[in-house]
Design a protein around this ligand. Sequence first.
Ligand code: FES
Length: 82
Amino acid sequence: MADKISVELCMGSSCFARGNSEILQAIEAYINEKDLADRVELVGHLCLGKCKFGPNLRIDGTDYSGLTPEEAITHIAKALEK
Ligand code: FES
């Protein structure tokens, strides 16, 4: 099980408009609900240069595009289980 994972969320305006504002809210709620503040390092990122595929996020160095908030949470949960 991973001690700690990093989650980088693109906070560029395109990704934010395409859904990262909802994904951010979902991740923050998930962290609070599961008491994961020590295990998930959540950081905002400037534009990752893949705007048209957004919303983009990066979990432990792997990039994901076009996820729904639910899918983002699923990937985070999987990364924590690794
Ligand atoms: S705004 Fe996210 S990749 Fe450009």
